[in-house]
Design a binder for this molecule. Structure first.
Ligand SMILES: NC(=O)c1ccc[n+]([C@@H]2O[C@H](COP(=O)([O-])OP(=O)(O)OC[C@H]3O[C@@H](n4cnc5c(N)ncnc54)[C@H](O)[C@@H]3O)[C@@H](O)[C@H]2O)c1
Length: 247
């Protein structure tokens, strides 16, 4: 689905980002994997198949919330590959859960810095380069189903993911004239390190109210991300696709 494409994936050391890297590599893309956690992103890349001769898959340590880090890492990527990535997946994300009455300003801000500002910085930096080089592209941002319904204990996270969704819609409007598409995938509860910390009792409750009665596997999210990244979705932009088991 992605032959010859250069794909930049953030959060590539985590559950969903790693699954996206694996699927995109299998589908013919050269994967540029970035994460704050260098060990994890290196291990993602070490397991990838389908490396292109000469310019293979590579990992980079990146803090998406840090302007300097985004600027210098992407500059390096543009140099290393002599071109900007035309597929971008913003999967880096964090939770800092607490009830609204107990939520600290620090936890509120840190979630917005990674989830919203990070998505903005990466998207803006790559889009500038694509526009300058007259290249089309596809950006896929990872939102969350809780952005559409709220979730107790996650006022910061749910609001940040709603921001990601409307940010993506706006990017799609502004970038359409350059043939750069931008869409959002809204995962429901997915089996990854992020959800490992949810207490079993709460997990069982959510499974009982999810129509498909289970959490998603990361691969099921990666399939939809890869479809949106590929030419198979060439007429889809500015939309959100829920992958939430009906939740
Ligand atoms: N797991 C779920 O149930 C679920 C549901 C809906 C949406 N999501 C979203 O999917 C995305 C991937 O989540 P996941 O479940 O794979 O979680 P995860 O914790 O396994 O992966 C997230 C990755 O982001 C990285 N990261 C954190 N801060 C970063 C920063 N400042 N710069 C760069 N990388 C950073 C982490 O190191 C980690 O590898 C996130 O945006 C998350 O909000 C997850």
């Amino acid at each position: 689905m992605l032959p010859g494409k250069l794909a930049f994936v953030t959060g590539a050391g985590g559950g969903i980002g790693r699954a996206v890297c694996h699927l995109m590599a299998r589908e013919g893309a050269t994967v540029v994997a970035a994460d704050l956690n260098l060990n994890n992103v290196e291990s993602t890349v070490a397991d990838l198949t389908g490396t292109y001769a000469g310019k293979g898959h590579k990992s980079y340590q990146l803090d998406v919330s840090n302007t300097e880090s985004v600027s210098s890492v992407l500059k390096q990527v543009f140099t290393d590959y002599s071109a900007p990535p035309t597929v971008v997946v913003n999967a880096a994300g964090i939770t800092r859960d607490n009830f609204m009455l107990k939520m600290s300003v620090e936890d509120f801000e840190s979630v917005f810095n990674v989830n919203v500002k990070g998505t903005f910085l990466v998207t803006q930096t790559i889009c500038k380069e694509l526009v300058e080089k007259n290249l089309s592209g596809s950006i896929v941002n990872i939102g969350s189903i809780v952005a559409q319904r709220g979730n107790k204990g996650q006022c910061n996270y749910a609001a940040s993911k709603a921001a990601v969704e409307v940010f993506s819609k706006t990017v799609s409007l502004e970038m359409a004239r350059y043939n750069i598409r931008c869409n959002t995938v809204l995962p429901g509860f997915t089996v990854t390190p992020m959800t490992e910390i949810i207490p079993d009792k709460v997990k069982e409750y959510f499974k009982s109210v999810i129509p498909l009665n289970r959490f998603a596997e990361s691969d099921e999210i990666a399939e939809v991300v890869t479809f949106l990244a590929s030419e198979k979705s060439s007429y889809i932009t500015g939309t959100s696709i829920a992958v939430s088991g009906g939740f």
